[in-house]
Design a binder for this molecule. Structure first.
Ligand code: NAD
Length: 318
């Protein structure tokens, strides 16, 4: 970026406050942001020269896309390069919750391991041969399905868009309406973006449809699940457990009821956190900015309609 632009970097680890963001963006042409930066109409109004918002993430629910398009601001993201990292992590969560690995680790470290071996110590559930329900069979959902083959699982999925038949065939994945998927799955894993339609997609009604022995895995966005309903489901045994990387509020609030429950595994939004994925994401986020400022179509443009609102030759400046 420094080869092409003057670059101002947030010097702190924590995200800038809204007022700080607004004052810093006043005269900027490009913004490289994180998912913790909420970019709404107010922020955009304060940045009349802004030409591109490049988010260092695949999800873009923190950016008001409609408002950016209206203003001719290009929005870009970093899909694909974090798919394998997130799919691997999803599998780590599936195994951790089913086999109670986090609980057992705490037991050993906490000095509670007093009997060498017992037939019922930390009994968990089998993963091999069970039914995996994938909600959102996009890039990450597909990568999760590919990994399920080694576990000889039956794969069912729900999506608003059916993938081409050869993808279904290759994955041996069968489409199911949401309700049927909820009733039939032993593990349900969420891979949808957060949108108006997916907000609280999994609430009390859906959790009650799941098997009492089933697990819910969420590496998508926290607000896809109704936290209060989930806490109730876990406490009252409507489902067996949950493993979550994302939350409605991040960092998680101190009094979140999930923190007190034993049948849940919690990680701090780290599903894409591998050296490889994060390096590639950084590179793509920078390249997306350079392309737009050069008047070239960026590799990962979110709001394709912006090309009609403000053609690339009008945003070109380097
Ligand atoms: P993608 O666009 O390739 O796949 C999303 C899938 O969800 C698509 O197939 C789409 O048709 C489907 N979908 C959209 N709306 C739906 C609805 N209402 N009901 C059912 N299905 C619906 O995206 P991806 O690259 O697979 O990423 C998925 C999401 O994962 C991202 O949007 C992001 O929020 C999240 N994510 C989280 C992390 C993390 O660190 N935990 C990392 C990367 C991505």
């Amino acid at each position: 970026l420094r080869e092409y632009c003057e670059v101002e970097v947030n010097p702190r680890e924590e995200p800038p406050s809204k007022s700080e963001l607004i004052s810093r963006l006043k005269d900027k042409h490009a913004l490289l942001c994180l998912l913790t930066d909420k970019i709404d109409a107010e922020v955009m109004d304060a940045a009349p020269d802004l030409r591109v918002i490049s988010t260092y993430s695949v999800g873009y629910d923190h950016i008001d896309i409609e408002e950016s398009t209206k203003r001719g601001i290009y929005v870009t993201n970093t899909p694909g390069v974090l798919t394998d990292a997130v799919a691997d992590f999803t599998w780590a969560l599936i195994l951790t919750i089913a086999r109670r690995i986090a609980e057992a680790d705490g037991y050993v470290r906490g000095g509670r391991w007093k009997i060498a071996w017992s037939p019922t110590l930390f009994l968990g559930y089998s993963v091999y041969g069970r039914t995996l329900g994938i909600i959102g069979l996009g890039r990450i959902g597909i990568a999760v399905a590919e990994r399920a083959r080694g576990f000889n699982m039956r794969i069912i999925y729900y999506d608003v868009q059916r993938p081409p038949l050869d993808v279904e065939r290759r994955l041996n994945a069968e489409y199911k309406p949401l309700e049927e998927l909820l009733r039939e799955s032993d593990f349900i894993t969420l891979h949808v973006p957060l949108t108006r339609e997916t907000y609280h997609l999994i609430g009390e009604r859906e959790l009650r449809l799941m098997k009492k022995t089933a697990f819910l895995i969420n590496t998508s966005r926290g607000s896809v699940v109704d936290t209060r309903a989930l806490a109730k489901a876990l406490k009252d045994g409507w489902i067996a457990g949950a493993a979550l990387d994302v939350f409605e509020r991040e960092p998680i609030e101190e009094d979140n009821p999930l923190l007190k429950l034993p049948n849940v595994v919690l990680t701090p939004h780290i599903a894409s956190a591998t050296v490889e994925a994060r390096s590639k994401m950084a590179e793509i986020a920078a390249l997306n900015i350079i392309s737009v400022l050069k008047g070239e179509k960026p590799q990962y443009l979110v709001n394709l309609n912006v090309l009609n609102v403000k053609p690339l030759e009008k945003v070109k400046m380097i």
